[in-house]
Design a protein around this ligand. Structure first.
Ligand code: DGL
Length: 274
């Protein structure tokens, strides 16, 4: 592999800020890699949009990262990963890594009783992305999916231990609690932020699966496999791009990434769509 190729950045995109939870995981597994992040904050949420729109947006987001000369693309967004991975792969000639398959494998590995719960956006759940992937691994595992759309704004508000978050989690998770699952997939970029509340409400004995952790391992394996790991010996740089700068951006970004972001650049929406 050409020396220059290895020193390009890994591109990561999400519908908004949530994918920073995945950047955090990638940076901990691959600390020397440079990362370019794009969050489509002008058009979030994707989880309530049609498959056609999500495919269109996913391709535009990936094209933006390709224009930044990335060596691989991580589709941090569960919604895009469930719907548009095939279309994105057929448009671009770099490794494209989604979060569903790695998350499904980790869940199947951790599961002991043949019953797995999945929570995600309306779109991820309606498309049965995790169920289909888990059944490919083990057809005897029963998968129960539940959409939890309100977790997204609650995480962005930073209401991580708020009474309202407990109430909403109780409402969303009470059925899953009755279903005797022993593993629960956090099938949305935002949910790891609320994992304490989710764990309290679903029960301490249930294993929570963070797809971002599994995806970060997959990125490492894929870069190794295609010979694209950096040769650098210093810590990687991270650059952040968004299509709109929401109020409280810095605060929320810190919550999701676990550290402060000093600079973030705005990309004009027209440049993505033209
Ligand atoms: N990033 C999305 C996901 O992981 C959640 C937010 C949205 O609906 O766009 O599915």
């Amino acid at each position: 592999m050409n020396f220059m190729e290895k020193e390009k950045s890994i591109g990561v995109f999400d519908s908004g800020i949530g994918g920073l939870t995945v950047v955090k995981r990638i940076a901990s597994v691959l600390p020397k890699e440079d990362i370019i992040y794009f969050g489509d904050t002008a058009r979030v949420p994707y989880g309530s949009k049609s498959n056609k729109t999500v495919i269109e947006y996913g391709i535009q987001d990936a094209r933006f990262l390709i224009s930044k000369n990335v060596k691989a693309i991580v589709v941090a967004c569960n919604t895009v990963s469930s719907i548009a991975l095939k279309e994105i792969r057929s448009n671009f000639n770099v490794p494209i890594i989604g979060v569903i398959k790695p998350g499904a494998h980790l869940a199947a590995k951790e599961n002991k009783n043949g019953r797995i719960g999945v929570i995600g956006t309306r779109s991820t759940v309606n498309n049965k992305a995790y169920s289909n992937e888990i059944r490919k691994i083990d057809q005897y595992i029963e998968v129960f999916e539940k959409e939890c759309p309100l977790f997204v704004p609650l995480a962005e508000e930073g209401w991580i231990k708020h009474k309202a978050t407990y109430d909403i989690a109780e409402e969303y998770l009470k059925d899953l609690r009755e279903l005797k699952i022993d593993t629960l997939v956090l099938g949305c970029t935002h949910y790891p932020i609320l994992s304490e509340v989710i764990q309290d409400v679903i029960g301490k004995s249930i294993k929570l699966i963070d797809s971002g952790i599994a995806a970060a391992e997959e990125v490492k394996n894929e870069l190794d496999r295609v010979g694209l790991c950096t040769n650098k010996n210093s810590l990687g740089n991270q650059e952040f791009f968004v299509s709109d700068i929401p109020t409280k951006f810095k605060e929320v970004a810190q919550l999701f990434l676990g550290r402060e972001i000093n600079s973030v650049q705005k990309v004009e929406l027209e440049s993505l769509t033209s």
